[in-house]
Design a protein around this ligand. Structure first.
Ligand SMILES: Nc1ncnc2c1ncn2[C@@H]1O[C@H](COP(=O)(O)OP(=O)(O)OP(=O)(O)O)[C@@H](O)[C@H]1O
Length: 399
């Protein structure tokens, strides 16, 4: 009964081009942004579509592509306009000159998820090409990467976010370069992650005296059939380290021990003791969750598909609370066996150092302020890990 052919405005006369190479696009604007960024080409002065945000209005229309040249917005040529003015105008009809006549559809799509190791707020980032197009996130957020076409600015969505439009985030390479320049230690993103629901193994590193033994003991008592611990042993000859006259420095000892696949080691009354990977395997073959506390540098050795560790960092509360809660505690090195001010300070410094260097490897951080609260937090974290789904490095899913 009615013709629905598009009623498009005639091509402007000033456009000295062939009609077939021009697209006239009419987008009815609602509250949603267009989902594209534009830039002025330094050489030609033309306004070019810099990128299309995945899942945004422009992307869903399928009509606009990066590299397209914008000629006119709402019937007004864009030649004298700044990119900011154009993008903010309440545009309804845009005229585009396509960069190519045959735009290849994006037909393959690999799902990539990353865990952020830093907070990011595009409003405070002077490097981002368009702040409005940026995606803010917090350390620990899981990001679904929608596009890595641009080496500097990736497009991502927060996992579980209902908004289909992707936002700009700094790429891994770009962020790591910034971190290097600003001397921030931790890297940008954790490796790719997938949702997998298996976990066997569990351990908690933390500064000495923070309360790991106490928490481990409570867990063991709570369910001895379910949890297990390793018993350190001294390496037997010919690897008896006490017979090595030159093994005086822990460093040399570390190198030899790591060759022997020892997770941790220490010296007691002139003998070296350690926990080997085989001891851990022994606990795991009994189908128990192995509780182990190690120094953070050993996490890398254990962070494999075989062990699938869930790493909990137990950290001390603030100094005042340490003083209050540890009044009767036997803490490490002080002469009267009670926690001294230096012990507390050392514990806090060590915890801070560990967190800044290894924080990206911790799945959970528990502040051991009140022991009962810390313990129930640990118990419920464990329960969630064993019964729910969880993000793990993609390499764990290949085994
Ligand atoms: N939340 C807490 N409140 C009060 N006292 C605590 C708390 N947590 C631990 N303690 C006490 O602090 C002391 C040290 O705890 P624990 O031996 O568990 O530390 P640790 O981290 O295992 O130390 P290390 O690694 O040196 O063996 C113990 O006397 C313990 O009872």
């Amino acid at each position: 009964q009615k013709r629905y052919d598009p009623e498009l405005p005639p091509l402007p006369e000033y456009l000295n081009i062939e009609q077939s190479s021009v697209k006239i696009i009419r987008l009815v604007k609602n509250k949603e942004p267009l989902g594209a960024t534009i830039r002025r080409d330094d050489e030609t002065g033309a306004i070019i579509v810099a990128r299309i945000m995945r899942g945004g209005a422009a992307d869903r229309s399928g009509l606009i592509h990066s590299g397209d040249e914008v000629k006119e917005v709402n019937g007004i040529p864009v030649d004298d306009k700044k990119p900011e003015d154009i993008i903010h105008s309440a545009s309804i009809t845009n005229l585009f000159l396509p960069s190519c006549l045959f735009c290849l559809p994006c037909c393959w799509f690999v799902q990539v998820f990353l865990r952020a190791l830093f907070d990011y707020d595009p409003r405070n980032d002077s490097a981002i090409p368009c702040k409005e197009a940026g995606l803010g996130f917090k350390k620990g957020s899981i990001l679904q990467i929608m596009s890595q076409e641009d080496a500097t600015w990736w497009q991502a969505k927060l996992d579980g976010d209902a908004n289909p439009r992707a936002g700009l985030i700094p790429s891994k390479q770009f962020q790591e370069r910034i971190f290097k320049e600003t001397d921030i230690f931790s890297a940008g993103f954790a490796e790719h992650l997938w949702d997998v629901s298996v976990f066997f193994f569990f351990f908690c590193p933390g500064p000495s005296g923070v309360g790991m033994n106490e928490l481990k003991r409570k867990l063991l008592i709570s369910d001895p059939q379910h949890f297990g611990v390793t018993i350190p042993h001294s390496p037997s000859p010919p690897w008896n380290f006490t017979s090595f006259p030159y093994v005086v420095q822990l460093f040399s000892c570390r190198v030899v021990l790591s060759h022997l696949r020892f997770v941790e080691y220490g010296e007691y009354k002139g003998n070296y003791y350690g926990t080997s990977l085989d001891t851990l395997r022994g606990v795991l073959t009994k189908k128990k969750v192995c509780l182990l506390d190690v120094q953070p540098h050993a996490i890398k050795l254990l962070r494999t598909a075989e062990f699938k560790p869930f790493v909990v960092f137990v950290k001390p509360p603030k100094l005042e609370r340490l003083r209050e809660t540890r009044k009767n505690a036997k803490i490490i090195s002080s002469k009267d066996d009670k926690g001294s001010e230096e012990d507390f300070q050392e514990m806090l410094n060590t915890a801070e150092m560990m967190e800044s260097q290894y924080g990206h490897l911790f799945e959970k951080v528990i502040v051991n302020d009140d022991l009962t609260t810390a313990f129930s937090e640990l118990q419920s974290a464990l329960k969630r890990v064993e019964t729910g789904t969880h993000w793990v490095p993609v390499s764990w899913t290949h085994s």
